[in-house]
Design a binder for this molecule. Structure first.
Ligand code: IPE
Ligand code: IPE
Ligand code: MG
Length: 253
């Protein structure tokens, strides 16, 4: 069993991103319908947000709904939208109590009007907080984000705002939906699927990936601690050799 004490708080990942997967299967395994799983998934969201805030993680990105998820059965999409809006609305006082600032990335123009309004309100009401940054990826997909970035870059080059030759990695970062956040250091996917499903393709370039069979509605703080503990055992080399990395650690610990 992993506890908070299993973690070295000096070496926390600054940014953790999670693909919250497995709500549907969790519900089916209990003979319930998929929405029952989503409903229970909210409990995990609460627990993990609280756990990340308690540890002092600076950024937590949660993949809640992909652009491809719009193709799910209509009643599931409608149920999910209602649940998302309801939850965000209800959680604002808790977010404020815990100094959590809410952000949203994704094509929110696809969301129903009531959802867009509630989200904007929640973002404004938590804008003054300076603890954990909670980034909800809603109607998000990485290809959507990259296409948008390329369009804007092309338009800025055409209008003379940007020199094509001057485009760097930092320029591209500034055109992504995540421009205000550092890249995730740890990415967790629940429920046993080994894929990225159109999530942060550019930003995950050097992220440590962690996959667990635990279904999202069963994922709790202990599971988060386990993932962080696993992350802390790894050597991140960024293309260098292990010897170089060890030497750097002894010269700039
Ligand atoms: C994740 O659970 C939540 C969303 C994608 C909205 P799923 O609904 O994908 O659950 P499974 O993968 O079908 O079990
Ligand atoms: C990814 O899960 C999206 C979210 C968790 C919001 P999916 O369940 O949609 O992914 P696939 O279809 O299994 O790749
Ligand atoms: Mg799924």
């Amino acid at each position: 069993m992993f506890t908070k004490e299993s973690i070295d708080t000096e070496r926390l990942p600054k940014h953790i991103a999670i693909i919250m997967d497995g709500n549907g299967r969790w519900a089916k395994e209990k003979g319930e319908d998929r929405l029952f799983g989503h409903l229970h998934g909210v409990e995990s969201v609460r627990d993990i947000v609280e756990g990340a805030a308690e540890l002092g993680v600076e950024y937590l990105t949660l993949y809640a709904f992909s652009t491809e998820n719009w193709d799910r059965p209509e009643d599931e999409v409608a149920g999910l939208m209602e649940l998302l809006v309801d939850t965000i609305k209800k959680e604002v006082p808790t977010l404020n109590k815990n100094n959590i600032k809410l952000h949203v990335i994704g094509d929110t123009s696809m969301l129903p009007a009531f959802a867009q309004e509630e989200l904007q309100e929640a973002i404004q009401e938590t804008a003054h907080n300076n603890g954990l940054n909670l980034i909800m990826a809603l109607s998000y997909s990485s290809r959507w984000e990259i296409i948008n970035a390329v369009k804007q870059i092309a338009s800025d080059v055409k209008n003379g705002k940007l020199e094509a030759d001057a485009i760097t990695h930092e320029t591209i970062q500034q055109y992504l939906a995540t421009k205000n956040f550092p890249d995730p250091e740890l990415m967790i996917r629940t429920s046993g699927e080994f894929r990225i499903s159109n999530f942060l393709l550019y930003q995950l370039a050097y992220t440590e990936l962690y996959f667990t069979n635990t279904r999202w509605p069963d994922f709790r703080k202990e599971n988060l601690y386990e993932a962080i503990h696993d992350f802390q055992q790894r050597e991140r080399r960024f293309g260098k050799t292990g010897e170089q990395v060890k030497k750097e650690k002894t010269t700039h610990p």
